[in-house]
Design a protein around this ligand. Sequence first.
Ligand code: FE2
Length: 189
Amino acid sequence: MLAAKAHWLTTASCSLMAAFTVMATAPPRRPGGASDNGHAELKRHVEELTTRVRALGDLSSDEQQAAMTAIAGALDEKLRTQNDWEERALYPIIDARTTCAGVAMSAVMKIEHARMAQSLDVLSELARAPAPDARRFSQVFERLVGLLLGHLEVEDRALLPLLEPDPGAARGSPPGEVCTRSKQGEVRP
Ligand SMILES: [Fe+2]
């Protein structure tokens, strides 16, 4: 009788813990309330800006400077807001659920965010320069967009699926566990 009660209590507490794990790791919503991860909107925004950057050569020097200032400002606001939100709201959840080889899954993503921030700084500097250099501005912009699109692809395919309520279930892992280090220090995928 006592053993049966203990078994029931253990089962009930495990179920509760699993439920809390799922609740705690449910994908957070963006500050604006959108239920998606913001990538589609960001890609649309970048596409519009790319069209404007590729038309810089048709503008006068004064027009170029105004356009470069507007483009750098618009991209800066959108991209930093998205990256800050990911680092505050998404990556901590992913890192808490993935302890593969003791390395945070978001580490490379954060390095890429930092590289994007450096490129945004360069774009702002180029837009503020007394003599606009539209060619250099376009090069830095295109490189940044290349980095960003590859980055979003990795997040979409490899990282964000880890925010699903229980990605480990399909492979028989305990709730909330995607991979762990075994007692011998070997990684179990
Ligand atoms: Fe990101």
